[in-house]
Design a protein. Structure first.
Length: 282
């Protein structure tokens, strides 16, 4: 049996190239590493060694099935990140908890499934000229719309709410000028940071214009507040922040399920990830 199994999805059976950097480092140390598709019902997960959730980039399309899969696998082997964290983080309402615990987050209005919401009135009341409408279970730009208060945006919101909950946030101009900053944490500590392109499509790591950056002290502090809310062990986390009009970093996403870790953008990141994997498997 392998020491580790990195888990992916059917469209990327050989893993994201970024994750293969960690595989290469583990193999250099003598570990055996496999790759499996999470939705492949023929896999014997009891023989998978330590299971590492990576590019499961269709989980939002089969959310209930994905959570059931995690529960099944966790009964026969260890899964990282742990199922309790993955389950909670797979729905973006986790931002509510972050805000309640003092983490600065992008302002968000939540619309429950089946609830009626007048987007024009909402944006007028909030003073938002542009907004971003998203599903509460989503990945990359799936279901995400940068919107003005018009009929098309209202129809999009209505469609999301008919299928599940939705969230409406102000469009943050800094995502286009300054960029989103993704702060990667591995094995309990900050590792490195990358800049991301606004409304980045789903793509292999490094294929959508990401670049290495040095996170500012304020960005590190905002990310630290998010990390401090974790009350159980974790392997990896990515905190995506964007500055508001006053330059204060706000948390846009706190990724614990399947975030790209941008290992290729830091020379020592693959080794850090391998160190962390060996630690949780020991």
């Amino acid at each position: 049996m392998p020491d580790f199994t990195f888990v992916t999805y059917a469209d990327l059976p050989d893993l994201d190239p970024d994750d293969r950097l960690a595989v290469t480092e583990l193999e250099r140390r003598g570990a055996s590493v496999g790759a499996q598709v999470w939705s492949d019902n023929t896999v014997d997960w009891s023989s998978a060694g330590t299971v590492v959730i990576r590019s499961t980039w269709d989980y939002h399309l089969r959310h209930d099935a994905f959570l059931a899969w995690i529960d099944r696998v966790a009964k026969v082997t260890s899964v990282w990140n742990p199922p309790s964290l993955v389950r909670r983080n797979s729905v973006k309402t986790y931002l509510k908890e972050l805000e309640q615990r003092g983490v600065p987050v992008v302002p968000t209005t939540w619309v429950d499934q089946g609830e009626s919401c007048d987007l024009r009135r909402l944006m007028r009341d909030r003073g938002w000229e542009q907004a971003v409408v998203k599903p509460i279970v989503g990945l990359a730009t799936e279901g995400v719309l940068k919107a003005r208060a018009d009929d098309a945006a209202q129809s999009h919101l209505d469609s999301l709410v008919a299928r599940g909950g939705a969230m409406v946030q102000p469009f943050m101009p800094a995502v286009s000028s300054y960029g989103e900053r993704a702060l990667v944490h591995i094995g309990g500590a900050y590792s490195h940071a990358a800049s991301k392109v606004a409304f980045q499509p789903l793509a292999n790591a490094g294929d959508a214009g990401e670049k290495p950056v040095t996170a500012t002290p304020a960005e590190r502090a905002a990310a630290d507040l998010a990390i401090a809310t974790l009350d159980s062990p974790w392997l990896y986390a990515r905190v995506d922040v964007v500055p508001d009009e006053a330059g204060r970093p706000l948390v846009m996403e706190f990724e614990l399920v399947e975030p790209t870790l941008f290992l290729s953008l830091d020379a020592h990141a693959p080794q850090r990830f391998a160190d962390a994997l060996v630690a949780v498997a020991s």
